[in-house]
Design a protein around this ligand. Structure first.
Ligand SMILES: [Zn+2]
Length: 343
């Protein structure tokens, strides 16, 4: 009889995945990176779904009616915020005003480094080869810090485009693992508020994950130690490595696509300037992401006779079989690709 019961339990377990059956909270994350951090914090108490799929580009994502239904049914919606998910405002409204948990709250924000180049007079950009060091603009969530970005998703896409022109914050904070430790704390607070019985589990999971992030931070620094001072230059397809550059002592000299997303279109003059910048600054390589078309980056690299790396992960993790299927692998992999190209 006992054996039969065990058999029945095993049979039921094979039909219903353990995590789903045992989960207390149903959580939707905007991206696979957010989802992975949420799973580390929530463990088996949460069932996490990502909206933007693996290998995909958040900047080009539009939620389907099915996505709206998933968000409407969820206990919590986790988002990067700071204007990153331009679809967020419409999605929240369509899903019945689900209040999202914004992970960037408490993170020290950097301005877009590249924005200046596009909108200043060309002559001024030409004269200023010094590239003033990027300075943080303040902690996100505090009054007056990245305010425009906050309003952007209420006003729609036109406003989101507009906002970049005024030097909005760069939302790609996760390229620095220290910022993801803040994300984990924000997620733990939200999970504990929604599921107080799990608070101790979330706190323990978060502490363990933050320790892994801290080890990752040291590991990345040692991977990048191979890159000599004068080759610590990053030129990326779109601007997503600002926080990585700031954390590990690299200079972000430019981007192929202007405006902080993959949706912008560089004009021919901007591309000509980029080619001359590459020569003048001795830029060793261009780094493009797997989730956006690298053709333009490849053309510029070929024209300048430099290396192009088209395999960085930016907005999303890889699938399970890929090299960046967790956030920790994503950072380690990108750091190794950069070190290999620049050392
Ligand atoms: Zn991006």
């Amino acid at each position: 009889m006992k054996r039969l019961m065990i058999l029945i339990v095993l049979l039921v377990m094979s039909i219903y995945p353990v995590a789903a059956a045992d989960a207390v909270l149903s959580v939707v994350a905007t991206t696979t990176i957010v989802a992975d951090v949420a799973r580390n914090v929530g463990g088996e108490r949460v069932q996490v779904t990502a909206l933007v799929p693996a290998d995909a580009d958040t900047h080009a994502f539009t939620p389907t009616p099915q996505d709206v239904a998933v968000v409407a049914d969820a206990d919590l919606l986790l988002a990067v915020g700071a204007g990153y998910e331009v679809f967020l405002g419409d999605l929240i409204e369509a899903a019945g005003d689900q209040e999202p948990v914004i992970l960037n709250i408490g993170v020290e924000m950097l301005p877009f480094a590249e924005g200046e180049h596009d909108h200043e007079a060309e002559a001024a950009a030409e004269a200023d080869h010094e590239h003033a060091a990027v300075e943080p603009v303040g902690v996100f969530g505090a009054e007056g810090v990245c305010e425009d970005a906050d309003h952007a998703h209420e006003e729609g896409e036109a406003e989101a485009d507009h906002e970049h022109e005024h030097g909005a914050c760069d939302p790609h904070t996760w390229t620095n693992p220290r910022n993801v430790a803040i994300w984990a704390a924000n997620i733990a607070a939200a999970f504990s508020a929604a599921d107080p019985a799990g608070a101790e589990v979330y706190a323990a999971n978060t502490a363990a994950y933050q320790e892994q992030l801290s080890a990752l931070d040291s590991e990345v620094a040692s991977i990048l130690a191979e890159v000599p001072e004068d080759r610590r230059i990053l030129l990326t397809n779109h601007e997503f490595m600002g926080y990585f550059a700031y954390a590990y002592g690299f200079e972000l000299v430019g981007t192929v696509i202007p405006g902080g997303t993959t949706e912008g279109n560089p004009d021919p003059q901007a591309l000509a300037e980029l080619v001359s910048l590459i020569g003048e600054e001795g830029v060793p390589a261009i780094f493009a992401e797997v989730s956006a078309n690298p053709r333009l980056a490849e053309t510029i690299a070929a024209e300048s006779g430099i290396t192009v790396v088209t395999a960085l992960y930016s907005e999303s993790l890889s699938g399970d079989e890929g090299p960046a299927s967790t956030y920790i692998d994503y950072i380690r992999y990108n750091a190794q690709m950069i070190a290999d190209a620049l050392k």
